[in-house]
Design a protein around this ligand. Structure first.
Ligand code: SAH
Length: 343
């Protein structure tokens, strides 16, 4: 049995032909799925015999909703989804004036080991397939009964540690036969796997690349991000320049502000000199405090000062709006608390 979400419409067309079925059935089947019909039996214009052979060969891999949390403001929804093998992942939907945005997971767990992050504490279980990542959007759209128009690959997992499935997923959701989500409405966030930044640049996509920088020099970065032992900040910057040259896209730098670690005046100055002249944008994130570590959020006052400092250097800087903090909307916390409650 294969997850039908893992194959393209062209592949399904070929499959139909091989089975002596009409090729246009492929599009009909996917149209139903994209409309939120997740049972072959409910696809009204598909003949019974076709449904039968579809059922013998494919399943529609939509995860089950294990938990659904809504923030008080009703602007953030968090879902805990279970795949067929019982593995759990989280997806978060944020409602903005400009449309609904989803944060999807790309792996079950993560092996990057960032010290502040809850997703990586127990390491990695496995990669998600492109269809499994797509299924998070389909399941979430059905849950909220609204279209999702923006996708950020910022949930659990390192997208570049699952490169092929992630790029397949991006092409799938961007396709006119798929969800038709514009490339500029897709953001991929990485901890900085340098060779893959360049490979992505060569794909000629118009997606936004976000780099989880979080520190202004290698020494500091190594203290919290093991990947910094492999790739230096200067190598990351060089890869970003390559990405910008190839795509003409502005790169985002994520910087989680941790009290007394990376939030000083000197840090802001150092960050500014790193980014000087680069087509970029800084997103300051008040670190989400998790119970497994002692990282504390910078004070609001300090966060503002940090932003002001960068703005003075003409570096476009925003402070990430905290949404859904009342529903543990960050970084693997819901999955962890669920798994812990079961053991
Ligand atoms: N692995 C990718 C994408 C997933 S993490 C990456 O590293 O970018 C998404 C973002 O959340 C990253 O910027 C990550 O560093 C950040 N993050 C993880 N734990 C966090 C926490 N406790 N508080 C704030 N941001 C956090």
């Amino acid at each position: 049995m294969e997850n039908i979400l893992d194959i393209s419409i062209e592949m399904l067309k070929n499959w139909m032909k091989e089975k002596g079925e009409k090729q246009f059935r492929a599009k009909q089947v996917f149209d139903w799925i994209y409309k939120g019909i997740f049972e072959f039996d409910d696809m009204k214009n598909i003949p019974k015999s076709t449904k039968e052979i579809l059922k013998e060969n494919f399943y529609i891999g939509i995860p089950k909703t294990v938990a659904r949390l809504e923030s008080k403001e009703k602007d953030t929804y968090k879902f805990l989804f279970a795949y067929r093998d019982g593995n759990l992942i989280e997806s978060v939907v944020m409602k903005y004036k400009h449309g609904n945005s989803i944060c999807v997971s790309t792996q079950i767990g993560c092996r990057m080991g960032c010290k502040f992050c809850a997703s990586t504490i127990n390491g990695i279980v496995r990669n998600l397939t492109s269809g499994e990542i797509l299924a998070q959007i389909l399941a979430a759209q059905k849950e909220i009964n609204e279209r999702i128009s923006n996708v950020v690959l910022m949930g659990s997992g390192e997208p570049f540690d699952n490169y092929e499935n992630v790029v397949k997923f991006i092409k799938l959701i961007n396709s006119e036969n798929g969800l038709n989500i514009g490339q500029r409405h897709i953001t991929l966030s990485t901890c900085g796997i340098v060779p893959k930044i360049k490979t992505l640049a060569d794909e000629n996509l118009q997606i936004t690349l976000a780099i989880s920088l979080h520190a202004t020099n290698d020494e500091l970065r190594k203290q919290v991000m093991p990947v910094a032992n492999k790739y230096s900040i200067s190598e990351i910057m060089e890869a970003c320049r390559y990405y910008i040259n190839k795509t003409n896209r502005r790169v985002t730098f994520e910087y989680a502000l941790v009290k007394d670690f990376n939030d000083s005046f000197e840090n802001a100055e150092e960050l500014a000199s790193l980014l000087r002249g680069l087509l970029c944008h800084v997103n300051l994130i008040p670190v989400n405090e998790i119970k497994e570590n002692d990282f504390k959020k910078s004070t609001n006052d300090n966060i503002k000062k940090f932003q002001q400092r960068l703005l003075k250097h003409n570096i476009e800087t925003t402070i990430r709006k905290e949404m859904g903090s009342d529903i543990n909307a960050a970084c693997g916390q819901l999955r962890r608390s669920y798994i812990e409650s079961k053991v």
